[in-house]
Design a protein around this ligand. Structure first.
Ligand code: NAP
Length: 215
């Protein structure tokens, strides 16, 4: 069975998850702590390769525990195998699965295998339906999707997102080239927009958190 997917992100009031230069320090300390608590409840955390390159995240729960066995599995969607070998996501704190397509060269796959498990899905871009099936098959029941904008859109388009938790910071970034919560091609008409049902909202320090179910 495919995992239940919760998209988690921090954005400015104008819906940006990074500036045009890729700067993305948006959440307050309190939200970061909360995100680590939420991660700890998940079987896996997933990001797109551009997020790995831009932010070099660890995607662990180090803010709340020093026990590496509490870290969820990390999944990188990376059709060409571009994950830098020195990326922190490949450190020894947790298992990492780099998901490639037939587009990845044998050299890149060999290099990545020194630090990660390599999973194959799709011919060009990573086939996300195939990926969710395979993650389900290895026992992943819950997955937190942590961006970026392009991967978020593909996951919505494929109908693979079940819930959303967004931290809205009291900031405005502007910029047509700044990435928004959900990018990609987008839908052509509002009638085709992905529909949500409000779950709850609350303040966390200066931030405002909203949670929805995806219909
Ligand atoms: N504020 C936040 O909460 C937050 C969270 C995460 C990221 N960010 C920001 O988001 C920015 C990165 O976002 P992004 O949109 O550029 O990139 P992204 O979503 O992180 O990665 C997209 C890349 O993933 C690969 N990919 C492979 N198969 C795919 C598929 N089926 N669908 C979609 N992507 C697929 C593609 O590269 P290949 O073709 O090479 O495989 C694609 O270009 C960074 O600036 C980061 O700081 C912010």
């Amino acid at each position: 069975m495919k995992p239940k997917v919760i998209l988690n992100a921090a954005m400015t009031l104008d819906g940006k998850i990074a500036t045009r230069t890729g700067s993305s320090e948006i959440s307050d300390k309190e939200d970061l702590l909360m995100v680590h608590r939420l991660r700890k409840e998940m079987d896996a955390i997933m990001v797109g390769i551009n997020t790995v390159i831009a932010d070099d995240p660890r995607l662990t729960v180090h803010k709340i525990t020093a026990e590496p066995e509490k870290n969820p599995i990390r999944v990188v969607v990376d059709s060409q195998g571009r994950t830098p070998i020195k990326a922190r996501i490949l450190n020894e704190d947790a298992l990492t699965i780099v998901v490639v397509s037939d587009n990845a060269s044998p050299e890149k796959i060999k290099r990545l295998r020194q630090r990660a498990e390599v999973m194959f899905c799709g011919n060009k871009k990573v086939d996300l339906q195939c990926l969710m099936e395979k993650l389900g098959d290895i026992g992943i029941k819950t997955l937190m999707l942590e961006g970026g904008s392009t991967l978020n859109y593909s996951m919505f388009r494929e109908g693979l997102v079940n819930e959303i938790r967004v931290c809205i910071a009291p900031m405005i970034a502007g910029g047509v080239q700044a990435k928004s919560l959900v990018g990609g091609e987008g839908v052509d008409y509002m009638k085709d927009a992905f529909r949500l049902k409000f779950k709850k909202s609350y303040t966390l320090g200066e931030d405002f958190i909203v949670e929805y179910k995806v219909l």
